[in-house]
Design a protein around this ligand. Sequence first.
Ligand code: HEM
Length: 491
Amino acid sequence: MEFLLFFFGFLLLLHLFKNVLLSSKRLPPSPWGLPLIGHLHLIGRMPHHSLQKLSRKFGEIMYLKLGMIPAIVISSPDLAKQMFKTGDTTFSFRPYLLVGEHSGYNFKGIALANGDHWKSMRKICTTELFTVKRIDSFLWVRMKELSYLVSSLAQACNDQSIVDVREHLTVLTFNVQTRILMSKRFFGENLSDDELAEARVFKELIDESVQFAFQFHISEFVPSWLKWIDWNIPQAKRVAAKQDEFLQKIMDEHKAKKSSPTKDFMDILLEHRGDDQEVVKATLMEILAAGTDTSACTVEWALLELLNNPEIMKKAQEELDVVVGGGRTVLESDFPKLTYLEAMIKETFRIHPPTPLLVPRMSTQACALGQSFHIPKGATTIVNYYSIGRDPEVWENPAKFWPERFLGLAIDVKGHNFELIPFGAGRRICPGMSLGLKTVYLTLGNLLHGFDWHRLPGKNYGVDETFGAVTWPKSSLQVRVTRRLANTNTQ
Ligand code: HEM
């Protein structure tokens, strides 16, 4: 009995001592929290809005407790620079995600992985998968898929039918991705019923996986030794098993096919990591999930803003008329001359980032940020890029969609200018940035060059959002289109 009393007394003292020691280090400002849940109750359905509101009160760096996990929220370009540049090594880990353990085959992919495994996958990505040469070798895929989209819009012009923009854009980006990843086209005409059914299952699988990832999972808010209490683990296992069955089938079919002269990503991953098929499956799934909706939602937001700002639409189309002319479609070689289109895309990334909180990182050691604020080891670190994009201290008239602000301004989206980092920055910057940018430019350029876009009478074209893996406009964009060019064809 005496021993037990002594033992618990010792634990209590240790706890008090740790707290005193911690409080002597200055943590960033923090709202009042509750026992166990910390500040989770302050985060609503739109976490980037809730965090923006809190940062207006508590400042550009905040300390929160997400359940039992310490978290730092950064909302200024200067602090983002400190974190991504000076502290790049310290903040190069991702925090724990339940789906990474189950759908990610115990963190064997790239986006949720850490340490040596992440380093080796990142190396394959940068030296093999996302090189300029490889991305250029798939230019024909981007052009071909665009030509299908243009044809179906031309058909909608003839039929005068309503166009669901999101549906068309996700088919385009999904097909571009799957053709690059596994030389397979899942959506479109001339496909058999079986093939279309397979496509639906695949897209549903990805959507289910991604939606599940964004649900509340208690294991993400407790220390690692308590993760077993998560009541969602059985569901996580079911989602992962369904996904595995499908991916294995695709991989077996792919291996059985005779090889083509252009290597796809699956060929390359099998060449490098064929010894562990789980690595290949996890990486393919993560690249597909990361690369499909991000590009599609950027184009949808840009078109929505242009429908609300017809004078900007007109300027963009006039530039396309001068640079490209009426006789042909927009090519990637036109991009350097399309400065207004570029400014418009930057403005879309500023005001409607696909991932407003980027992708959280985790500190691997204690360090200092800002005015010597103490950042504990293991803190989930979130950059609220949405808040930076709408900060009046950073941007003049931030609520206004105004591409002109970028004309003549030497700011790009490639991770050097910390007020505009839709692809993140530092060593974990989006490896698909170049492919994503090319897809966005080419699609938006051709859609504006080939068609006039019309609002449907009585329809709301508000800029409300939904939060998820990417932040889409709340309602999918519905419009009518009419032809601008007599020869609307990209083939
Ligand atoms: C408009 C398009 C896109 C946007 C805005 C975007 C944004 C992002 C962001 C913010 C991150 C986190 C970066 C960080 O932690 O600093 C990221 C990571 C990633 N993205 Fe993208 N992305 C886009 C397109 C793509 C495409 C097309 C692909 C692949 C085909 C892709 C693959 C990835 C992967 C694999 C990661 C994880 C990298 C790592 O953890 O090392 N993304 N992306």
